[in-house]
Design a protein around this ligand. Structure first.
Ligand SMILES: NC(=O)c1ccc[n+]([C@@H]2O[C@H](COP(=O)([O-])OP(=O)(O)OC[C@H]3O[C@@H](n4cnc5c(N)ncnc54)[C@H](OP(=O)(O)O)[C@@H]3O)[C@@H](O)[C@H]2O)c1
Length: 364
């Protein structure tokens, strides 16, 4: 078990939940962020701008740092790992995660990086790996997340969502890498066991790239999608993106974040993930998860990973699948949200017809 957990961004929404969960297990927590104090928190707080060059935290080799900021420079990440500590990375941003991976591969520090820690990426990676392991014929993976707007995400997570609206990310589709602008196509997912399938739009989560690399030639397609609940917001978003609003929203992400944070929460407080796999014959298998408030669910998985990491295990670049199983993650989610449900299904193509506007050839 970690000697001390340093929560980089511990004064934020997800960080507050993680701090409470780890402290309840008797783990010593220190929060780190730019503000001078972390009001209402019983934990020691370090005031530090993690984006500034030359910043350093005095970590011990069995300490764990959890990064909830997307502000740390690559030098700072390496400084943590050179002290032999473990760093849990929660970012879903490709431009942030890929250079961090490259730097760790090149520098080979003694510490351990665990990336893709959270719900998406994180739980999505665990579900995709389990699906491919248990259904080796799968060639196409479609990963859909539905976020209920009954809870405000933190400012950093809202900003990340807006930044992604203008993205033109590369994705592997039918064996070739293609540029996929956000919202350029959609697909329906059975997010709810007892309601009609809901449309989700193409949206670039980092696992779209990482899972395609993990599975390499074994998988032809990895695409990630986002839906918002209530579903009319997804339809509105999709229409706006078709009219070219994505790059504008990205450019104005900072002011739009402030604007959206003032809106009242809307609809249900829920998080749903569907990972759907399809083989060459069109047979499908899926894992579907339903849980509660997104920031608390993210925190539950981060806390479970922090408990699982072992400084005695091999160092270097690892990901959440090296430390948790789907069942471990679901157990942690049930502690946070007792109504969490997981379903595993495998269906013959004759029994299923999930409609969707998807790129040519993704489905037979
Ligand atoms: N994998 C997943 O499923 C998942 C899901 C949701 C969120 N996340 C991750 O969690 C992060 C936090 O989300 P959130 O909803 O908790 O956002 P949030 O409430 O805005 O929290 C962001 C935290 O980062 C701190 N921070 C920002 N810039 C900093 C800097 N330059 N130096 C030091 N601290 C800085 C902020 O404090 P100050 O302003 O005081 O500095 C705050 O404590 C997101 O960026 C994302 O990477 C991951």
């Amino acid at each position: 078990m970690a000697r001390r957990v340093w929560l980089l961004g511990g004064s934020g929404k997800v960080g507050g939940h993680v701090a409470r969960m780890l402290a309840a297990d008797g783990i010593a927590v220190t929060t780190v962020s730019r503000r001078r104090h972390n009001p209402g928190s019983p934990h020691p707080h370090v005031s530090l701008d993690l984006a500034a060059p030359g910043t350093a935290l005095p970590l011990g080799a069995d300490d764990v740092a959890i990064n909830l900021t997307e502000a740390t420079t690559t030098d700072h990440v390496l400084a943590i790992l050179r002290q032999g500590a473990t760093l849990l990375e929660t970012s879903a941003t490709e431009e942030y995660v890929l250079p961090t991976r490259d730097a760790v591969r090149a520098a080979r520090p003694p510490g351990t990086l665990v990336d893709c820690v959270g719900v998406a990426p994180g739980l999505t990676n665990l579900m995709a790996h389990e699906l491919v392991r248990t259904h080796p014929g799968i060639r196409h993976l479609h990963i859909g997340g539905e976020l209920g707007l009954g809870e405000h995400a933190g400012a950093a997570a809202t900003r990340w969502f807006l930044d992604g609206l203008g993205a033109r990310t590369a994705a592997k589709v039918n064996g070739t890498w293609q540029e996929v602008p956000t919202g350029s196509f959609s697909r329906k997912f059975a997010f709810h066991p007892d309601r009609p399938a809901r449309r989700a739009i193409a949206y670039p989560f980092v696992e779209q790239t990482l899972l395609a690399e993990d599975f390499n030639s074994g998988i032809d397609t990895v695409l990630t999608y986002l839906a918002l609940s209530p579903p009319w917001i997804t339809r509105l978003l999709s229409a706006g993106l078709r009219l070219g609003a994505g790059p504008v929203a990205s450019r104005r992400a900072e002011s739009l974040t402030r604007f959206l944070m003032r809106f009242p929460p809307l609809g249900e407080t829920s998080t749903r993930i569907v990972v759907e796999g399809e083989d060459h014959a069109g047979n499908r298998a899926s894992i579907t998860l339903e849980t509660g408030e997104q920031s608390r669910a993210t925190a539950a998985i981060i806390a479970a990973t922090a408990r699982a990491v072992d400084p005695m295990r091999p160092a270097g670049l690892t990901t959440i699948v090296d430390w948790l199983t789907v069942d471990d993650a679901v157990a942690a989610l049930k502690d946070a949200h007792p109504r969490t449900r997981l379903a595993r299904t495998a269906v013959d193509r004759t029994e299923t017809a999930i409609p969707g506007k998807i790129p040519n050839g993704v489905t037979p």
